[in-house]
Write a protein that binds this ligand. Structure first.
Ligand SMILES: NC(=O)c1ccc[n+]([C@@H]2O[C@H](COP(=O)([O-])OP(=O)(O)OC[C@H]3O[C@@H](n4cnc5c(N)ncnc54)[C@H](O)[C@@H]3O)[C@@H](O)[C@H]2O)c1
Length: 343
């Protein structure tokens, strides 16, 4: 059954979203749906953990399913309403639900990373390429953070001169990560670098260009688990900023820092996620300037609304990361892991 025509073209019925994986990050998508007024709704929730599925489904008056198979069977039987699916499972659970959705013409937004390694990401890219008429996006949500969009725009306007460096730290202190699937390479594909470093690599791709890994050092505090922190040097391999360097820091055993900086020959732009409405411009010489921006906190809402509009054909896909972007980040994660000096 082809679901492309159920996308309410011509009327404004809420865009019906199925959530696959009702764990931690599904709460961000759930909040985005609640914020959207009647633009979006959650119609189906699928989770092998019945309690998780039932809880989120009840919050939204949605149908709950115990497995992706059960959900797709209901879709085929015309018993489930869905205009798009958001995949929020761990990275091992990607390829089959993506294939099943796209084969049915159901637009997909999958959480990052697109897959647990470059090989799987490349299979996802092949599946997406085989269904060019159905939207496939990767939820690299920082592309929808207003301060990041402002930084891109200011660089394009020449505010900091010629871009020379990207600096990005996504790090926090959370020792229990040693026990969670995120640090189990068999489920996540690695440790802190694939977990948050993939966001950084996508930010680099969005703001600077495709990332070529120059070198990496991983620190591994937990035997048998993925890296607890990572330091990775990249440079842009192509595009108008080819050759520009990026320093990416990721960590789970560090004081909390969420910052993005762009340095140029005439100044720098610096954004600290803990000062959400402040973008700082520093000229080469002179006083810093505070540029007021909208908080990064709207990024999940903006991303989901954009996904729904693009899926309906009401907006171009725009900044939404696609399968090639997802593959680009996955390849760089793999290269960084292979090149890493482990300490
Ligand atoms: N965009 C972001 O900023 C961001 C933040 C956190 C997590 N994430 C990503 O979201 C994904 C999920 O992370 P999380 O923190 O929500 O994890 P989680 O462990 O809290 O939730 C995962 C859920 O998936 C369910 N699940 C597992 N296998 C399943 C299967 N085969 N079928 C159906 N359900 C299944 C689990 O029962 C669980 O409820 C990860 O890829 C993670 O990297 C993204």
């Amino acid at each position: 059954m082809d679901h492309r025509m159920s996308h309410n073209s011509g009327n404004q019925a809420p865009f019906a979203i199925a959530i696959l994986g009702a764990g931690g990050i599904s709460n961000a998508h759930s909040a985005a749906v609640k914020d959207s007024g009647d633009t979006l709704r959650i119609s189906c929730v699928i989770d092998t953990n019945k309690e998780n599925a039932r809880k989120l489904a009840d919050e939204h008056g949605a149908a709950a399913f115990d497995s992706a198979q059960q959900f797709f069977d209901a879709v085929d039987a015309g018993e489930a309403t869905v205009d798009g699916i958001v995949i929020c499972t761990p990275p091992t659970v990607r390829i089959e639900p993506i294939r099943a959705a796209l084969e049915r013409g159901i637009p997909v937004l999958t959480e990052k990373p697109v897959a647990m390694n470059a090989e799987d990401a490349s299979r996802v890219a092949e599946i997406a390429a085989a269904h060019p008429d159905t939207l496939f996006g990767v939820a690299y949500c920082h592309r929808f953070a207003p301060p990041i969009i402002a930084m891109k725009q200011l660089v394009a306007e020449g505010k900091i001169g010629r871009l020379t460096r990207f600096e990005n730290t996504f790090a926090f202190y959370h020792p229990p990560m040693a026990e969670r699937w995120m640090s189990d390479p068999a489920v996540s594909g690695g440790g802190s670098f694939i977990d948050t470093g993939c966001h950084s690599l996508d930010l680099f791709r969005y703001l600077v260009g495709p990332a070529e890994v120059v070198g990496s050092v991983f620190d591994n505090d937990w035997s048998g688990r993925g890296e607890s922190s990572a330091t990775v040097l990249v440079k842009a391999s192509d595009g108008p900023h080819a050759g520009v360097a990026g320093v990416i820091l990721a960590g789970w055993l560090e004081p909390e820092r969420f910052t993005v900086g762009l340095v140029g020959t005439n100044g720098s732009l610096h954004y600290d996620y803990m000062k959400p409405t402040e973008l700082i411009y520093r000229p080469g010489i002179g006083e810093p300037e505070l540029i007021k921006v909208e908080s990064h906190e709207v990024r999940f809402s903006r991303q989901l609304i954009h996904f729904a509009r693009a899926a309906r054909g009401d907006a171009p896909r725009g900044d939404l990361a696609d399968a090639r972007d997802g593959l680009g980040a996955a390849e760089a994660v793999d290269r960084a892991a292979r090149a890493a000096k482990i300490i």
